[in-house]
Design a protein around this ligand. Sequence first.
Ligand code: COA
Length: 285
Amino acid sequence: MIDPHQVSVFRPGLLDGQVVFITGGGTGIGFGISELLAELGAHVVIASRKADHVEHAVQTLAARGHRASAAVLDVRNAEQVKAVVQEIADRHGRIDVLVNNAAGNFYAPSATLSPNAWKSVVEIDLYGTFHCSQAVYPVMAAQGGGRIVSTSMTLHYRGWPLMAHATAAKAGVDALTRTLAVEWAPQRIRVNAIAPGPIPTEGVKKAFTPPADSGAADVFATAEEKMAEYARTGIPLGRWGTPRDIANMVAFLASPAGDWITGAIFVVDGGEWLSKGGRQGMGDG
Ligand code: COA
């Protein structure tokens, strides 16, 4: 059997000539996506608020002979997003794939969540997805089509204490995905989302470690033994996910195999959320 972590199941050069714009693509799951799409031949424009993250990612890919460039922006700022998209379109003449991967969250009790804390997460996750999608629309429409893939999550499929802001925002991302899919189908823009399961990247481990006074510390402690135990008991397919698990789905959707797929939200989580019922586990992404 082919191990998708060792050998790409996609043909070399599959995305040759394509231009990808990915937000939050410098670290974690986002970098896994940037890496695979660049390996398959795309030029990947990696955007983030943090210049050091994107520059390091671009250098890493360039050192392997891949095509990548950096953009610094905050997805909450529609004008910044528009300016970056215009720069990409001017330089490359097209944008084939937008990956809305930038997200922010933290565990916090809803009773005391500040208005600004709520706003920060909803603006990054939901407004950011809309700003980027709207900004690429004219470019994709003019070139006869494109693919938008947004990162959702599974937490809002049930109640998820301490995550009101992120669950509300990601429910909005799902709704936006379905609506834009139908609204922009005449322009041949396919709009889909992926709901990743638990992937223990450094950023997620940190984000998922609750404040000591939140009352969830015992559930979400991230000791290695506890993670291994969780993989055995909480994930039907028996292991934590990897960025490549998610990247493979993005590559599939970006490829001609995704040609007749729009408005779909793909859960890629080893069966975790289905098996969990109402229980909280160690983490979702
Ligand atoms: N609990 C409660 N409130 C929190 C919080 C936490 N753990 N972390 C941030 N906030 C609040 C801040 O206090 C602030 O509200 P205030 O102005 O009323 O005090 C508000 O959220 C914005 O915080 P700020 O630090 O200015 O963040 P930002 O707007 O620059 O970025 C995040 C927001 C979500 C990206 C940032 O909080 C963060 O880095 N989170 C963890 C990393 C992460 O999310 N990684 C991605 C995982 S998918």
